[in-house]
Design a protein around this ligand. Structure first.
Ligand code: MLT
Ligand code: ZN
Length: 481
């Protein structure tokens, strides 16, 4: 790679023209039948959007891969005809990462959904990227093992998408995010080359950690065609409590104190009063009517005694820091009644306003009270409803701006204020959803030109023709060696 290539400005790719699309379609028709190569607009529609607020972007073609060789064939044809390829898991992304903004091919991994093996002694599972995360969780739990990352969409999202975005979830507080469980990946590079990354062993110190580069790269550096994930022993005892507070700042002070006391529950999920209002309107009676904020406190362990002792200690700290009430779930049915509204909170909030922008910022845990106070101030100043909820225990808040078409400018300004305050407090603009399309233009607020330049250089090395998921993650700019 020459210095000249590394330092040239990245170009925004062009949409493929009719002749390119004709040629690439011809090449793909040799391999894929009409069930797996979608050409009609009505069948492509479903692939034009995801779970983000980034709008509709119609692909020119959709291919459903069933094997690694299929993925290689698509990339070979796309390279030859210079047509962009956007990989897609199950379309639940929140940042627009799977949207084909320059048209071209959407390469869906939905059919590569087989759990290929659970190796109990090696404590690992190997699966296709389109495997539903919840299916993988349940399969390993049947063998006494546990896959901890639990994005709230686990019943509809894919493990490959989780790796591509480095997904998190409530249990990340105790167990970490997807990246902590990736052992090995099979990846097709944009040039069509197949590489095995990482190792199917408990340890490895061999060479650069290229697998880590793929985790969180949102389908811009390679397409994951198989994952091997580390597992841990299943913690059989779980205790769950609902802790009420007068407001979100009080709740966040308490959860900061819980961690400072040396207790690490498996979840400390916060819901502010906007989130509670939405839940109360949809499913009355789930959360106490007098609470201005709640924390879902959950502990686990190998024994009921251990889980209960941890819960009791954490609840005591909350009480000492202003908790109004602690309600302990008595059985699985009560646990479910607490978690159900939390798991669908994003959808519930979406139903309360014509438009919603959802952020997933993270600040150092100690700054959570300051951040929550800022969120409330920003909502007042910009005159829009701003809900905050999420994985506050690890500093990760879903700040949701809820608005209608008449307040778009104020909503955009509120989002920018939230991002700027996050960065000012030493935080990061995405904790688990990724940058994708929606946060791409905010990246320079967090990362230096040099750091973005290094990433552009990596992208140019792996994807010299710039055909893989163009326009995502990195804003256009200059590469740096
Ligand atoms: C969640 O934790 O519910 C999701 O990551 C948040 C969201 O969809 O905004
Ligand atoms: Zn989340």
């Amino acid at each position: 790679m020459s210095i000249e290539l590394l330092t040239r400005p990245t170009r925004e790719p062009l949409r493929p023209g009719p002749a390119q699309l004709r040629e690439v379609r011809k090449a793909l028709e040799d391999r894929f039948d009409e069930e797996r190569l979608l050409v009609n607009a009505d069948r492509r529609q479903a692939y034009a959007q995801d779970w983000s607020s980034a709008g509709r972007h119609m692909p020119d073609l959709v291919v459903k891969a069933e094997s690694t060789a299929d993925v290689q064939a698509v990339l070979a044809a796309a390279t030859e005809h210079q047509v962009p390829v956007t990989p897609r898991g199950l379309g639940t992304g929140k940042a627009g990462g799977a949207l084909p903004i320059y048209g071209g091919i959407v390469l869906s991994m939905e059919r590569m959904n087989r759990i290929e093996g659970i190796e109990v002694a090696d404590m690992q599972v190997t699966a296709g990227p389109g495997t539903v995360t919840g299916d993988l969780m349940r399969a390993v739990e049947e063998q006494g093992l546990f896959y901890p990352p639990d994005p709230n969409s686990f019943d509809i999202c894919s493990i490959g998408g989780n790796v591509a975005c480095n997904a998190g979830g409530p249990r990340a507080l105790k167990y970490g995010t997807t990246k902590n469980y990736v052992r090995a990946l099979q990846v097709v590079l944009p040039t069509g080359k197949l590489v095995q990354l990482g190792q199917r062993t408990a340890k490895s110190s061999t060479g650069y950690r290229v697998a880590d580069l793929i985790v969180g790269s949102e389908g811009t550096l390679g397409i994951i065609t198989q994952v091997t994930m580390r597992l841990i022993p299943r913690p059989d005892a779980v205790e769950t409590a609902l802790v009420s507070f007068a407001n979100a700042v009080r709740a966040s002070e308490a959860l900061t104190a819980v961690i400072a006391a040396g207790i690490v529950p498996r979840t400390l999920e916060l819901l502010d009063h906007h989130a509670l209002d939405a839940v109360r309107a949809k499913t009355p009676g789930r959360f106490p009517d007098d609470a201005g904020a709640v924390i879902i406190l959950e502990t686990d362990g190998r024994t009921a005694k251990q889980a209960f002792e941890d819960l009791e200690r954490a609840a005591d700290v909350c009480t000492a820091h202003g908790a109004l009430d602690v309600l302990l779930a008595q059985d699985e049915a009560q646990r479910k009644r607490i978690w159900e509204p939390r798991r669908v909170l994003s959808v519930t909030l979406r139903e309360t306003a014509p438009r919603k922008i959802s952020e997933d910022i993270v600040v150092p845990r100690s700054q959570i009270p300051t951040m929550l106070a800022a969120v409330s101030r920003i909502g007042e100043q910009r005159r829009v409803r701003v809900a905050a909820y999420g994985h506050a225990g690890d500093g990760n808040l879903h700040v949701n701006v809820l608005f209608d078409d008449s307040s778009t400018e104020r909503a955009d300004a509120a989002v920018r204020d939230v991002i700027c305050e996050t960065v000012r407090l030493g935080g990061t603009i995405s904790g688990e959803h990724g940058i994708g399309l929606l946060k791409r233009d905010f990246l320079p607020l967090e990362q230096s030109e040099d750091l973005m330049g290094v990433q552009r250089a990596l992208k140019a090395t792996l994807d010299p023709h710039h055909i893989l998921n163009p326009g995502k993650v990195l804003p256009p700019g200059v590469s740096a060696p």
